[in-house]
Design a protein around this ligand. Structure first.
Ligand code: PLP
Length: 497
């Protein structure tokens, strides 16, 4: 299928010397560059998917650069070879025994690890500020969560880390648990003692799995914390499209085998991965890996400098705070607004109008994502607009309110899987209190469920969701986002955990 005839330089629609010379170290990037060059040269008459057949005169340039892994980056029968080589190189870079590239985000990675670690009614120690994707991973695997909670910083209302002692206690009280699954760094960049968690898990004879969706750059500069495997974890999931310059949806799942079995990891990974992975996404993960291998320290150094400069400048603005210190991933920029009286949504609207949309904003915080793709100039330009906006909306300082996602203390009545499949009905909010939730409801961002299948619906949970909504937040995944009605398990008589 994909031919390897050398293509003349002037036939190519992009720099044929490839993005900064990464091609020779990145087999999937090489496959993508070859395929797209052949497309550009009009050499292919594909009689296989994708159905657009590389024509841009049907739906336009939206399909430009789309190349399937199988039958694009290499032939359908041979593409597994460069894929395995690219994944091997990533495993080596991260110090893993096993690695897979996902084209379905850390969402898929979390679910693959859940399916790999246990199932069928086994217990697992999980942080309650988990991303909704992991909760659905518990449903798929049939795992029963034993929730552990992070400390909440009273001053900011934001979550810190889950204390190691909390995990130790949970492991002691649930000796049959099959693993510990934590999110670290948290959505707001707070980091915990992963080495301590790994030791606690290993003493109990179970693996530590870590959702590091936001932090694919960890471990690539002495000024950064080690990544989860370096800290002793058995597996990590990370979104290459978040912290690294990969296509949207690109993610990497890495594991040390021993406590986790490679065969089971592969089966779990394939269970919910598409059979038609986008080669463009896979190639961009490969390219990001090659970039990190070559320039990781330099790029992360610049990132660290940019964020340090931003924090320094921001704390000089009266009332503005930033999350900082040893418990915070140093490249995370969380801007605290309560002391200025400005509302985060108003600031966000100004930033969107300026073409500078941020990852997240709620009343008290604005979270821009700064990555290795940013330079001093972009960050300085962003700060100018941010500070001007804060000044424009300055009002009376207030005490920050902790977001519903961080404070929820659920009462689990049914396992997430039992609840997911149970008969359910729709009832008015007033009648939902005291019933068992059939649905997952999460303000997004951060995508942390306030209500999950199998949890008792409390007046406090409904109230906190309503507060987010009244404030202009997005209530995701609810059957009725107005929150007038809720989906509850039919006739379930609550039995508490
Ligand atoms: C902590 C965490 N884990 C996993 C995910 C899912 O990542 P993805 O969007 O790559 O599927 C997210 C998404 O925001 C997240 O915040």
């Amino acid at each position: 299928m994909a031919q390897t005839r050398p293509v003349a330089i002037d036939e190519l629609p992009y720099d044929p010397r490839d993005p900064r010379g990464l091609r020779s170290d990145a087999p999937l990037l090489d496959g993508w560059l070859t395929f797209t060059a052949e497309v550009a040269a009009g050499e292919l008459t594909p009689m296989a998917v994708p159905g657009h057949k590389q024509r841009q005169d049907l739906t336009g340039a939206v399909v430009a650069g789309d190349a399937p892994l199988y039958g694009g980056l290499d032939s359908i029968k041979h593409a597994d070879v460069p894929l395995a080589e690219a994944e091997r190189r990533a495993a080596e870079l991260w110090g893993a025994d096993w690695c897979r590239f996902s084209v379905a985000g850390s969402t898929h990675g979390n679910q693959a690890l859940a399916l790999a670690v246990g199932g069928d009614g086994r217990e697992i120690i999980v942080t309650r500020i988990l991303h909704r994707s992991l909760l659905l991973g518990l449903v798929l695997a049939g795992l029963n969560p034993v929730w552990v909670r992070p400390d909440i910083d009273e001053k900011t209302g934001l979550p810190g880390a889950v204390p190691v002692d909390t995990v130790r206690t949970a492991l002691r009280e649930h000796p049959d648990a099959c693993g510990v699954f934590l999110g670290d760094p948290s959505y707001v960049g707070t980091i915990g003692d992963l080495a301590g968690h790994a030791a606690a898990a290993h003493e109990a004879g179970v693996p530590l799995l870590v959702d590091q969706a936001w932090a694919a750059h960890l471990g690539f500069h002495p000024g950064l914390p080690p990544h989860a495997l370096q800290a002793g974890a058995d597996a990590l999931v990370t979104s290459a499209h978040k912290a690294l310059p990969s296509y949207t949806q690109g993610a990497i799942v890495l594991a040390r085998t021993g406590r986790l079995q490679p065969g089971r990891l592969n089966r779990a990974f394939e269970a919910t991965h598409t059979t038609s992975p986008a080669g463009s996404i896979a190639a961009s993960i490969d390219a990001s890996r090659a970039l990190l291998a070559r320039d990781g320290e330099e790029l992360c150094g610049r990132l660290l400098r940019c964020v340090a400069m931003a924090k320094k400048q921001l704390v000089q603005v009266p009332g503005v705070g930033v999350l900082d210190g040893p418990g915070v991933e140093p490249t995370k920029l969380v801007v605290l607004l309560a002391g200025t009286g400005a509302h985060g949504y108003a600031v966000e609207a100004d930033l969107v109008a300026a073409g500078m949309a941020v990852e997240s904003a709620d009343k008290d915080t604005v979270i821009p994502i700064v990555t290795i793709a940013d330079g001093e100039e972009q960050v300085a330009a962003f700060l100018d607009v941010l500070v001007a906006s804060i000044e424009g909306h300055r009002s009376h300082p207030r005490t920050p309110v902790s977001h519903a996602s961080w404070t929820v203390v659920p009462k689990t009545v049914l396992s997430p899987r039992e609840a997911f499949f149970a008969d359910n009905e729709t009832v008015p909010a007033s009648a939902a209190i005291g019933r068992v939730s059939a649905e997952l409801i999460a303000p997004y961002p951060p995508g942390v469920p306030v209500l999950a299948p199998g949890e008792l619906i409390t007046a406090a949970a409904i109230e906190s969701l309503r507060e987010v909504k009244a404030d202009g937040g997005r209530i995701a995944y609810a059957a009725d986002p107005s929150l007038d009605t809720f989906q509850v398990i039919s006739g379930a008589s609550p039995r508490t955990q």
